[in-house]
Structure formats: C-alpha cells, structure tokens
Ligand binder design. Structure first.
Ligand SMILES: [Fe+2]
Length: 207
C-alpha cells in the first residue's frame, strides 16, 4: 500500500457499532426502525461524508473539526450536513438504552432541579421542543455555562456549533419513528423519555 493510500484509508470516517442489539429498544423503537435508521440512514451519512471529503483538504480532520470548519458555509453545506448527521446519530444511540427513563443520577438530578424546577418540567420541556420542531431535526438537553437548557435544532444542526455542550438528544426526523408511530411524533417522544432515555449518559457528559 502506498503512503497516499494509507493516508486516504486512515482518513475514512467509520460507522461506530450500535451500543446494543437492534431489538434492544423494542417495543418503543422496533428492530425494524432501528435496522433502517442505523443501517441505512446513519450508514448513508458516513458513506456520503467519506465520498465528499475524499482527496480534499478536509480529509484529515476529525468529525468535530469538520463540523466546526464547515458550519455556516454555504459552499460546504453538504459536508456539514453529513458530518453533523454522522455525529448526531452516534450521540443519539448513546442517549438511549434498554430500560432507560426513571431517575437521573444524583448530581444530574440536582442540576435538573436547579435549572428546571423538577424532572417532570425538564421532560416536558424536552417533549415540547421535540414535538414543536417544524420538520426534521433534533431536541437536546445541553449544558450552557453552568445551567442546563433544552434546545431544538433543524435538519443536521447541532449545539456543538452554538457554544453549548450536548448531554443527550432525541432524533425527531420522521425516519426515527414513522414505521412504528406514523405521524404520532408525540407518542414516540414521550415513550422515549419515559422508557429509553439514558440519564447515565447525560450525567457522564456533564463531566
Ligand atoms: Fe435519524
């Protein structure tokens, strides 16, 4: 293998393995939905990103560097979209777990109470952001300064470029729920918040 071939291979972004089996989130998210979402949509973003950056000056950058480098640049929109969607989906899989929901770990719970009053108010704000995001996008719990906030972003947009630290996310693109819930986005969002959301992952991200 030539040095150039090695460099090109090293620069390829990879589809990280799912952190659980594709039926682990059933029945809230079916294996059918998870299979398409991970195997077709997430994989598609990774493959398209690799094609778009192959042989360009962006090929050696990490995913986070790519997102920051291309954010807000009209001529780099396709690269931004595929890089951010790659990152967002990896973060989304880790924001969920089998037998999730319930009570957050103590340090996170205290922060939630300081920022929102109580856990139910935080969940309600996340559900509202998720259901009112018009069209495709994401709902996020983020750390901004020393306070927790809920954000919603359109399409591939991510809090990474908005000075906020993501703690967890819910994908509200139709591909995330349509096979299981058709148009009932609120049912998907509430089921995710009650049964799948991974507060341990959010607590880890608090740092
Ligand atoms: Fe998605």
């Amino acid at each position: 293998m030539s040095t150039t071939e090695i460099a090109e291979k090293a620069a390829l972004h990879e589809l990280p393995p799912l952190p659980y089996a594709d039926n682990a989130l059933d029945p809230v998210i079916s294996a059918n939905t998870l299979g398409f979402h991970y195997g077709k949509h997430h994989k598609g973003y990774v493959d398209t990103l690799n094609k778009l950056i192959a042989g360009t000056e962006l090929a050696g950058l990490s995913l986070e560097q790519l997102i920051n480098e291309t954010a807000g640049k009209a001529d780099k929109l396709a690269i931004f979209n595929n890089a951010a969607q790659t990152w967002n989906h990896t973060f989304y899989w880790r924001s969920l777990r089998a037998k999730g929901g319930g009570e957050p770990p103590a340090a996170l719970k205290q922060k939630i109470e300081t920022s929102f009053g109580n856990l139910d108010a935080c969940k309600k704000e996340l559900a509202t952001a998720a259901t009112t995001q018009f069209g495709s996008g994401w709902a996020w719990l983020v750390l901004e300064g020393d306070k927790l906030k809920v954000l919603k972003t359109g399409n591939a947009e991510t809090p990474l470029t908005k000075g906020a630290k993501p703690l967890l996310t819910i994908d509200v693109w139709e591909h995330a729920y349509y096979l299981d819930y058709q148009n009932r986005r609120a049912d998907y969002v509430n089921a995710v918040l009650d049964k799948l959301i991974n507060w341990d992952f959010a607590a880890e991200n608090l740092g």
